[in-house]
Design a protein around this ligand. Structure first.
Ligand code: DC
Length: 235
């Protein structure tokens, strides 16, 4: 039986939004030759499909019934990650304020989580079998999706720092002022942390990195070091 290459590590990065999770994850994966999976984009993609197909996202039964219909495909190149729904490029539409406002309700529906979790596990297994390994970022990766991940990192930051970063990411007509961004972010975190199925939480064996006073480069460096240590330990 073939064993995975020593570099084929599986890395789980969890944490709330505004902690630098996506930028850090992409950069670390690119630097270390790992595949990259943005699981938030998948929950956003299914939410976008629900909206465009007239499903009431506040009706968990309607969402559950429709959950198996869209075909979501994630491209895992960290230099150019992609996401399509039924063959359509969803990378722009999934970042609108409407999708952001509705994604917590859709992602709290257990049927949605089961389907998306299966998809995530198959993508991670394929990357491990291919010998490249993968970095998967989300909310429940270390605890639920990949409890056997080689390395688990949990990123945190103060609410103020997170709201400032999110505000900086928003562009044009989607841009909101800092206070509104902070309010929306705290509301979404509370929903994501308080839901019954797979809430946002730190795994007991995750390494916590508080990014409040760190630059993006410092966070990247810190996670790169953690992955390299893990790889060295597996050789
Ligand atoms: O990381 P993000 O902001 O793009 O994630 C969007 C939403 O998706 C987030 O509010 C909660 C949900 N999500 C989830 O429930 N589980 C994940 N593994 C990733 C995201």
């Amino acid at each position: 039986m073939e064993t995975a290459a020593p570099t084929a590590v599986t890395v789980a990065i969890d944490g709330p939004s505004g902690t630098g999770k996506s930028s850090t994850s992409k950069a670390v994966a690119a630097k270390l030759g790992l595949r990259y999976l943005d699981t938030g984009a998948q929950y956003r993609a299914i939410t976008w499909w629900m909206i465009t197909n007239g499903i009431d996202t506040d009706d968990p039964q309607a969402v559950a019934l429709a959950a198996g219909k869209p075909v979501i495909v994630s491209g895992t190149d960290p230099f150019a990650p992609t996401i399509t729904v039924d063959g359509l490029d969803a990378s722009g539409p999934i970042r609108t304020r409407e999708v952001t406002a509705k994604v917590s309700a859709v992602s709290a529906v257990p049927e949605v989580r089961v389907l998306i979790t299966e998809l995530q596990r198959s993508i991670a297994a394929e990357a491990a079998d291919g010998g490249e390994g993968i970095l998967v970022e989300g909310r429940d990766i270390g605890i639920t999706v990949l409890p056997d991940a080689d390395l688990k990192v949990f990123l945190t930051a103060s609410p103020e720092a997170r709201a400032a970063r999110r505000s900086g990411e928003l562009r044009g007509k989607e841009a909101a002022d800092l206070a509104a961004t902070k309010e929306a972010l705290i509301k979404r975190d509370a929903a994501d942390s308080g839901r019954k199925t797979s809430p946002l939480a730190k795994a007991a064996d995750a390494v916590e990195v508080d990014t409040t006073d760190l630059s993006l480069d410092q966070v990247i460096e810190c996670v790169v070091t953690l992955v390299e240590e893990k790889r060295a330990g597996r050789k």
